[in-house]
Write a protein that binds this ligand. Sequence first.
Ligand code: ITT
Length: 217
Amino acid sequence: MQIILASANAKKIKELKAILGYENIVSYKEILGDFEIIEDGVSFSENAWIKARAIENRVQESEGDYLIIADDSGLCVEALDGMPSIYSARFSTIKASAKELNERRFEIPSEGGSDEANNLKLLECLKELGIQESKAKFVCTIALCGKVGGERIEGEYSGELEGKVINAPLNPQAFGYDPLFIPNGYEMTLDKIEEKNTLSHRFKALQKLKKFLDGIL
Ligand code: ITT
């Protein structure tokens, strides 16, 4: 059976593959080519399902079993009223100050930003608010759909990782906001924590998914 990841983010794909540990995992671009998926949902759940359905619409004709796994995730910062949240990948393209973000006065961005630009935007916001750190959490919601033994299956699983964001140096090799995030119980940022894939929001969501799949595969 083919397991298709509904993600175009290479760093996310690497983590999903490592945590899932199944064989036959491919990213959608490897089998369906490159196309844009417009994530215009208003929650992690909605965006995860938008990605899952966009892929499923293109594979439904296939005869065999398949699974589609879509991850929508992001960082929620308390001092920014939970932002950047579902806009985490697009944060740097939001033309709004921290104050405007807190008052929810901003236009929804469509363009993605680089990890570096997104990190710089977060640091700018902390500076504007005059703080060195804020409580924060990573959230991951996974949408699962597919056909197993000819039967249709669907599921949704979520995980969170609580901690804080701090004013710290950037790390171009790291994934997303990892260089600015310290999980509770740790004293180093997530990009330096080797066991990230055994404690992350993504790991927690995928543990639940694997429990479900182990029962049916
Ligand atoms: P796909 O939609 O193609 O999967 P994406 O990067 O656009 O790629 P999301 O819409 O789910 O994915 O946005 C996730 C963003 O949240 C990601 O780009 C990072 O900025 C941030 N993020 C999510 N999980 C993270 C993690 O484990 N570590 C650091 N940053 C993370």
